[in-house]
Unconditional design. Structure first.
Length: 329
């Protein structure tokens, strides 16, 4: 710091203010100091700054899979908002969704210098009695039903499921079949419950559900099963990737989308508009979920208060070309 001050022709106190982002430095002086830092390769000592200011300016993020498009986009939203607020992120991926792996991730987190924790998970392990988040650490959970213990930010899964079914019924379909996600997923179960409740409220038959695992392969398998059901004219699929596999199976089996069977997905992935036909789906704002996670976490850091509860990010129906009125006899 003394070397930087000497090169920039300022006091060490001014260098300290610049390195800590203090607003009371005129722009010309700040640029002079930053240029000297770059020339000398100076890096502020984050541990020393944390001891002085009581903050590491880092948020820990635990998540199960970067291969999941929703998780990746939520993480992008977290990173963008954290950067805008002057924070970095420490990422702790959990390779397997097992209780031991989750406990291990929490254990590693306790050893790291973070100011708050964001947990991106939808597996019931968060409710396991032996799983506990670091005591005293501000925590926000994305996409879970932990609202009675921690602040939660989630997509409005129920509203999305209801929009999908109502759209298909409004086109004149007698009922809507459903390809659900895995049972251990809260998102899957909320979408399934909304599907069933919407059909029941409309006085329509409730078909047996089919199960997938979020993959296109499982959607393809569900599509092969549905080919055996001549009465099917509309299907709500719990995510876009399964919808892709399902439409492929229907195409191979000679059932046209949407002329014979209408299909609605959920997520509005970037590729869904390029499906053949382009997929009608429910849009999730993953980036907004990530942004609100950071906002809630830093509110706790700054105010020292954690209020359990759920913040829901609205969903919306995106109508494309995979839905139409049912075929006429």
């Amino acid at each position: 710091m003394a070397d930087v001050a000497k090169l920039a022709g300022v006091s060490s106190q001014t260098v300290s203010r610049v390195s800590n982002g203090h607003p009371g430095v005129i722009p010309a002086t700040r640029e002079l100091v930053q240029a000297a830092m770059r020339e000398l390769g100076y890096r502020p000592n984050s541990a020393a700054r944390a001891l002085k200011w009581g903050s590491f300016h880092t948020i820990g993020v635990i998540l199960f899979s970067l291969a999941n498009v929703g998780n990746s986009k939520t993480l992008e939203g977290i990173a963008a908002e954290a950067t805008a607020r002057g924070y970095g992120i420490t990422l702790i991926p959990v390779a397997m969704p097992t209780e031991a792996a989750v406990i291990g991730a929490f254990g590693r987190l306790e050893e790291l210098a973070v100011d708050a924790v964001i947990v991106i998970m939808e597996i019931h392990l968060l409710d396991a009695a032996t799983v506990g988040l670091p005591p005293g650490a501000p925590v926000v959970v994305a996409d879970s039903n932990a609202g009675d213990r921690y602040p939660v930010v989630d997509t409005d899964q129920s509203a999305g499921g209801r929009l999908a079914v109502e759209h298909l019924l409004s086109l004149g379909h007698e009922t809507v079949w459903h390809v659900a996600g895995p049972e251990e997923s809260f998102a899957s179960e909320r979408r399934l419950a909304a599907w069933r409740e919407t059909l029941e409220a409309a006085g329509r038959p409730v078909p047996d559900i089919l199960r997938g695992d979020w993959s296109a392969e499982s959607g393809y398998a569900a599509g092969q099963e549905l080919l055996q059901e001549e009465s099917v004219t509309a299907v709500f699929v719990a995510n876009d990737q399964m919808a892709l596999g399902l439409m492929n199976a229907l195409h191979e089996g000679g059932r046209r989308v949407p002329e014979d069977i209408s299909v609605v997905g959920f997520d509005d992935l970037p590729d869904s508009a390029a499906y053949l036909p382009p997929l009608t789906t429910i849009h999730q704002d993953f980036a907004e979920v990530g942004r609100l996670c950071v906002t809630d976490a830093l509110d706790q850091v700054e105010n020292g208060v954690s209020e359990p509860g759920v913040t829901l990010v609205p969903t919306r129906l995106v109508v494309r070309k995979s839905t139409a009125p049912p075929p006429q006899d």
